[in-house]
Ligand binder design. Structure first.
Ligand SMILES: NC(=O)c1ccc[n+]([C@@H]2O[C@H](COP(=O)([O-])OP(=O)(O)OC[C@H]3O[C@@H](n4cnc5c(N)ncnc54)[C@H](OP(=O)(O)O)[C@@H]3O)[C@@H](O)[C@H]2O)c1
Length: 322
């Protein structure tokens, strides 16, 4: 089969699209023939050796796959060949066929687009966990979302609306701000004068919950814009810079800095993760959330797609097709 291979931790250009042995389906696993493979920002960090995890090389990157089950291993219950499923792995999905533990897979209805199923995993999964369990977002809260046209940002914006918040989206260009407005933001602004803009948007009160997948220089303005009892969510550092934080600000302004690590959550709290996914699928079915799919690209284009994503050139969810 064809797959995308990281032969070493190296720049994205060095990802190889080549033949790779088809995986055997082992006990407890299901083998999925991919219809859609989700692209995520951490995939691009992982292959460069810039992520928390460092798998043994060579390896196949990618954490999401949706498609049809073509074989099941010994002892697997609840799945049979012919079922559609979406699955999450730490890596290994940028391939035509993917073997995953059956407990990492969820059944998909025949009418759910494979691309949407992938989007609901890491993108929506992260934002949902962040807002629900980590920030305990309440109806009527003001939620500020940075990187609001990005994958986790758009998901946070839509989930914030579904949970009854008033959402301010922050994005770098009028085009990206338009995408955030079209996805349901109540108000949008740019990064310049962020503190003044957030003050005006909240009648001077500050934001109750801030969702920050960007980090860098903007973090300072964001941390000075928090309301009393606010929750500032540390999601990621798309700017490439991990900000420093004067902790006295949290004391004086009475807000909490809250870390979010969705991958670890799925492993440490599998039952809560399963409940969260059920809620997301329910909201999807009810039309409360709708993934924005930027485009579907050939699997062989993985390197250029990742390069564009890490270079601030994408919006919403990107999908690879075998
Ligand atoms: N904590 C977790 O569990 C978890 C889970 C998934 C992802 N993440 C992390 O969250 C971050 C964002 O992921 P994502 O999926 O939302 O990515 P994305 O779709 O690429 O969105 C990131 C956004 O960051 C903004 N940005 C600002 N400066 C940037 C720069 N120098 N380069 C690239 N983007 C820049 C961009 O919007 P503007 O141009 O409008 O600024 C972009 O839309 C990544 O660091 C990722 O590793 C964390």
């Amino acid at each position: 089969m064809k797959a995308v291979i990281a032969r070493d931790f190296a720049p994205l250009d060095q990802l190889d699209y080549a033949d790779w042995p088809e995986p055997d389906v082992e006990a407890g696993q299901v083998l999925i023939e991919a219809e859609a493979i989700g692209v995520n920002y951490p995939d691009g960090l992982l292959v460069q050796g810039l992520y928390q995890a460092r798998p043994q090389t060579p390896f196949i990157p990618g954490m999401e796959v949706a498609g049809r089950i073509i074989a099941v291993g010994q002892g697997v219950e609840g799945f049979k060949p012919g079922d559609r499923a979406v699955a999450l792995g730490p890596y290994g999905t940028y391939a035509e066929k993917v073997a995953v533990p059956s407990k990492a897979a969820m059944k998909l209805s025949e009418d759910m687009p494979a691309a949407h199923a992938c989007a609901l995993m890491c993108g929506y999964g992260t934002s949902h966990y962040a807002l629900k369990q980590r920030a305990r977002l309440q109806p009527g809260d003001t939620l500020c979302v940075l990187g609001a046209s990005g994958l986790t940002g758009l998901a946070a914006l839509q989930i914030g609306k579904a949970m009854g918040a008033r959402v301010v989206g922050v994005a770098s260009s009028p085009e990206k701000q338009r995408i955030a407005l079209d996805a349901g933001a109540d108000h949008v602004c740019g990064y310049d004068n962020l503190r003044e803009n957030l003050k005006a948007a909240t009648d001077g009160k500050g934001v109750d919950v801030a969702f920050d997948p960007v980090g860098g220089a903007t973090f300072d303005a964001l941390s000075r814009s928090m309301a009393w009892n606010g929750r500032l969510l540390v999601i990621g550092f798309a700017s490439g810079e991990i900000p420093k934080f004067p902790v006295n600000l949290a004391l004086v302004k009475g807000f909490s800095l809250v870390g979010v690590f969705w991958g670890a959550f799925t492993e440490k709290e599998p039952d809560v993760y399963a409940d969260n996914m059920s809620e997301l699928i329910g909201w999807y079915g009810a039309g409360k959330i709708k993934p924005v799919i930027e485009g579907e690209y050939p699997l062989s284009d993985a390197a250029s797609v990742l390069k564009r994503m890490l270079g601030r050139g994408t919006a919403g969810k990107l999908i690879l097709k075998p």
